[in-house]
Design a protein around this ligand. Structure first.
Ligand code: MTE
Length: 332
């Protein structure tokens, strides 16, 4: 009798994104040649993937000088209203297209990204452009833990305890000029680590942006840890964004450049699929994605589908940001 032993990192069937949704998003990726890029990743890296054990949940860097900072105190003001998802789901079911297009790829491949030293530059409309080492930055910031809901545009969702600091503290640290209207975040570029990034027609590096009002809203959170430990690389170590009222693609991972500007930026997904993804990306059950409904969401690990909430349930904190923007398509 042939017995198939599942590798420990293989995802249970119940948390796998429904096939039709994966295929839908793949449509955009295919148009952009990203599936070929993923093939390149698998092709040149197949042996490594097979030989290299997946990163353990919670594993970040081998020598992480910030490890002793965790766990940090939970801020009980932020309640997710649903069970915290198991750590092995949040650290093994990921979107991080630098490492491949399948949900298990980031946990297998992200260990190859060197994250020490990690320099972060502050550029554009700031009093004086400067660079800071991540370890210096994180020690200067007011760390806390928040349990936030996460909602991907592909309709999967979960709640997780993230450690980090309010983005407002980062904006204050950067000292923007009064004319700055937007904060742009750019992720790393490293074609040695990411064969996908050799696809020159894909708009690397991953880029996202917020208005200054959004970035300084109390909910906008810079994430440096998860589940009481430094952030795993597949979740965006050492530094990622979390904007829980927006679709997950706004939450850029592996941030290296922070640029203040007076121009609304073109983001990664806006460039890849301009008719499907836009700047605001606010969770809205009444506005379908052009190719699928956003009315409900699947809570990973539970097998349950529940109604989507406007602003992912965070309207009290953020609805006022959009009061004068009724003419804009706020979901995109
Ligand atoms: N950041 C980078 N640099 N590259 C990416 O591909 N994917 C985004 C976002 N941040 C992405 C990224 C998308 S589509 C989602 S849903 C979230 O990361 C997923 O975060 P998670 O894997 O930690 O759940």
């Amino acid at each position: 009798m042939l017995i198939k032993i599942k590798p420990s990192w293989e995802l249970p069937e119940r948390i796998v994104t429904p096939e039709h949704l994966v295929m839908n998003r793949r449509g955009v990726l295919k148009t952009a040649g990203m599936l070929a890029a993923a093939g390149a990743l698998a092709g040149c890296d197949q042996s490594k993937v097979a030989e290299t054990p997946p990163a353990a949940p919670g594993a970040a860097s081998d020598a992480d000088p910030t490890a002793s900072l965790y766990p940090v105190k939970r801020n009980e003001a932020y309640q997710a209203g649903r069970e915290i998802a198991p750590e092995e789901i949040v650290s093994r079911y990921n979107n991080y297209y630098e490492f491949g297009v399948d949900k298990g790829d980031p946990a297998l491949n992200a260990h190859r990204l060197p994250i020490r030293p990690w320099e972060i530059s502050f550029e554009g409309l700031v009093e004086k452009p400067f660079k800071t080492d991540f370890d210096t930055l994180v020690k200067a910031m007011p760390l806390e833990e928040r349990v936030y809901r996460h909602r991907c545009v592909e309709t999967w969702a979960f709640a997780a305890p993230w450690s980090g600091f309010p983005m407002k503290a980062l904006v204050d640290y950067a000292k923007p000029q009064s004319g700055a209207k937007y904060v742009v975040m750019k992720s790393w570029m490293n074609t040695d680590v990411s064969p996908a990034q050799t696809q020159v027609w894909v708009p690397w590096p991953y880029t996202e942006g917020l208005t200054i009002e959004e970035a300084t809203n109390e909910l906008a959170f810079m994430v440096t840890g998860a589940y009481g430990k430094p952030l795993p690389k597949q979740n965006g170590a050492p530094l990622r964004l979390h904007t829980p009222w927006k679709y997950g693609f706004k939450s850029a991972k592996g941030i290296q450049r922070i640029i203040f500007t007076d121009q609304r930026p073109q983001t990664y997904w806006m460039a890849l699929g301009p008719t499907e993804y836009g700047f605001w990306a606010n969770v809205n059950p009444q506005v379908p994605h052009p190719r699928w409904s956003q009315a409900s969401e699947e809570v990973l690990g539970t097998g349950q589908r529940v109604p989507t909430q406007l602003y992912n349930g965070y309207g009290e904190q953020v609805a006022s940001l959009y009061a004068n923007l009724a003419s804009e398509r706020l979901f995109m």
